[in-house]
Write a protein that binds this ligand. Sequence first.
Ligand code: GLV
Ligand code: MN
Ligand code: MN
Ligand code: MN
Length: 428
Amino acid sequence: AVIGFSQCMAQTVTVDGSKVVELLTRLANLSDHENPAVTRILFTQNDMLARRFVKDLMRENNLVVREDAMGNIFGRWEGSNPTGGVVLTGSHCDAIPLAGMYDGTLGVIGAIEAVAALQRSSFKPGRPIEVIMFTSEEPTRFGLSCSGSRAMAGTLTPEVLESKLDAGGQHFLQVANEVGYGAATTQEMLDAVRVLEGGIAYFVELHIEQGPLLEREGVDIGVVTAISAPAALEVKFAGDGGHAGGQLMPDRNDAGLAGAELALAVERHVLGTGSVDTVGTTGTFEIAPGAINSVPRDARLAIDIRDIDGPRRDGVVAAVLNSAEQIADQRKVRVASRIINQDPPATSHPNIVEAVATSADALGLSTKRMVSRAYHDSLFMARIAPMGMIFIPCKNGWSHRPDEFAKPSDIANGVRVLALTMARLSEG
Ligand code: GLV
Ligand code: MN
Ligand code: MN
Ligand code: MN
């Protein structure tokens, strides 16, 4: 009977991939860089315009819009059984500098289109269905990823949130207040955003794979079974600087070279686990004063380390921090290290894995169970609700770059699988 439900829904749920692409393209134009590059940083003018775009689109599709104190945007489709928690789906619309137009946005625009498709099919939800646009999945502005979902899951403290400053020296609440969100204090804001236990019956997120496997293997849909554990570190080295001509080599304590050694140590420790699942990236490396004729006095590195195995990832984090101390010692520079975040991995809920796989089957689409190596707001939703994710192929696995691309037909597939999955979860 359960299979029958999805097969029946599969006949009636239709999605026009080119329409979703058109909406994604309109959203992509709300960017600090010109098409095809997308740059949309939290609470900037283009982010606010994108928020307006999403809220308007939700309303056009009969969703009741509300926003929380951190700017997470919800669009609700009421159900006949509003006491059993909601089926929540969504992703993010912020974009790192020079990103593409599908990361995150597909999971928001695609979710609204999935709801529209269910409405066209005259499906009536049991559990209410809500679409969410999370605030700041990307860490660009404050150095902290997934701010909205971390807060919803109750994992943020005021101390942590207020310690993360943007380039202008402001913390989250200060900037949020300027654009009409926030509260009197960070504590009040976090309390207002936190989701009550049981409020979310299921959470599911549609996303491009951001890796090459689905395309390479010719598979239509990735059924995500787990999300890799991310960590982020900041390491600062400080030397004394000096004149590039006058200061002799034995007299130097070059902070830039300490940073360079640490970047190589990151690679060495990551490769040292012997597993392809361990990855590490020194994604920013700034030296100051940054003049050709000045010995670097300061170096600041931001280091991203991930693994599907949490304890093994923690081992690499510890080894990197230890190397930072050793290098500082050898090079006679000062060092200050800080862990920005060190989150556990998450496992998808079997009910959602099953719902996604059954929905794809009913649509005649091939599936592959896979791990998400990128993180998502799903990582934090998993702490308060059964979580699952749906991946579609993207060209060459490219993401976080302007030429990120997903085929309209794959987009339509993903949106249809999401629609059928939500219908099942709303009923079940
Ligand atoms: C999110 O964008 C990530 O870095 O995985
Ligand atoms: Mn991203
Ligand atoms: Mn994303
Ligand atoms: Mn991401």
